[in-house]
Design a protein around this ligand. Structure first.
Ligand SMILES: C[S@@+](CC[C@H](N)C(=O)[O-])C[C@H]1O[C@@H](n2cnc3c(N)ncnc32)[C@H](O)[C@@H]1O
Length: 305
């Protein structure tokens, strides 16, 4: 009897182990399925406003020291000027311009809250590097590394905002006062600063405004920029070509429908800004830039109010 009992104990033990094993296998396969679906979701992330996270990674040649657009910008548009960067993304170009040309003020706006948080982080990072530059004894760090690391914002990383402590040095305060980032939908929100800016940057943004708000959106963009500029102020416009719209119309139903209705193709922007909006002149700054990945070598046009 005892032997039989032992035998049935063993059997039930075996049964329990088997069912435990099956349960574990099931859980594992559920986990794997979940992992797979998150990967698919990640792959399918759609940036309806062109609000890419790694925009500069796509756009720039890896060997570039700085965004090639900075090389063609003239200092007279920025030195001691009040500037606005519409669609500033993670703020890397915005910060680089403010640092390179010492603008009087620089405001970067973007529709995407997350990108603006990144931009603020990048700004703090840049301030920290500047402070290090002023406080690190020259011989404690190789000159080469120093220059490469401290002179420009790094394109790849965004700092953890909480990990940085600010001193109240004048350099720090100056920098923070000069550059400001905030989240704003330039087409729908109110930006009340008439005739405030000497220079407005609108780089690779028109396509996204066009696809999301149609021709009316683009006309609103141009009219608003005009109102915000001081007399004599300049607009630096880098429109995406019409050929690049087709693929992106798939980002949303709105984009698809606007794409079908668009009458004002980018080749007409110049004419509209001169004849309808009222800009005095339009000069093509560059037809294309080296150091830019194919597809991003777009003309930049300078309009003067
Ligand atoms: C392709 S990125 C260009 C970034 C940057 N201007 C450059 O050229 O390096 C377009 C940016 O415009 C922003 N954007 C699109 N529509 C906007 C709107 N209505 N108001 C403000 N920002 C907008 C997106 O979030 C995105 O960061």
């Amino acid at each position: 009897m005892k032997v039989e009992n032992e035998g049935s104990d063993e059997k039930s033990q075996e049964k329990r182990s088997k069912s435990l094993l099956m349960q574990l296998e099931n859980e594992e396969s559920v986990e794997k399925k979940q992992e797979k679906s998150t990967k698919i979701k990640k792959r399918k992330e759609i940036f309806v406003y062109g609000n890419y996270r790694k925009y500069y990674g796509y756009r720039l040649d890896r060997s570039m020291e700085e965004d090639p657009r900075l090389k063609v910008f003239k200092s007279e548009w920025f030195v001691d000027k009040d500037c606005l960067d519409i669609g500033c993304n993670q703020g890397l170009v915005t910060i680089s311009i403010a640092q390179k040309f010492l603008c009087r003020s620089m405001v970067g706006i973007d529709i995407d809250k997350g990108l603006i948080e990144d931009a603020k982080g990048n700004l703090r990072n840049a301030v920290r590097r500047r402070l290090n530059r002023h406080t690190t004894p020259k011989d404690s760090i190789s000159e080469d590394v120093n220059e490469k690391f401290l002179s420009k914002p790094q394109l790849s990383d965004v700092v953890d905002l909480n990990s940085i402590r600010f001193s109240s040095s004048p350099v720090d305060q100056d920098h923070l006062k000069r550059v400001l980032f905030h989240c704003e939908n330039f087409i729908e929100d109110i930006h009340v600063c008439p005739e405030k800016y000497d220079t407005v940057l609108c780089l690779s943004v028109t396509k996204w405004i066009h696809l999301n708000w149609g021709d009316d959106g683009v006309l609103t963009l141009f009219a608003k920029i005009w109102r915000l500029l001081k007399p004599g102020g300049v607009l630096l416009l880098e429109p995406q070509p019409w050929s690049s719209y087709r693929r992106k119309r798939q980002v949303s139903e709105t984009a698809r429908s606007n794409f079908n209705d668009i009458q004002i193709h980018p080749c007409l922007f110049r004419e509209i800004l001169l004849d309808k909006v009222g800009f005095r002149s339009a000069d093509i700054l560059t037809e294309g830039l080296s150091g830019t990945v194919a597809g991003f070598d777009r003309p930049i046009i300078v309009f003067q109010k």
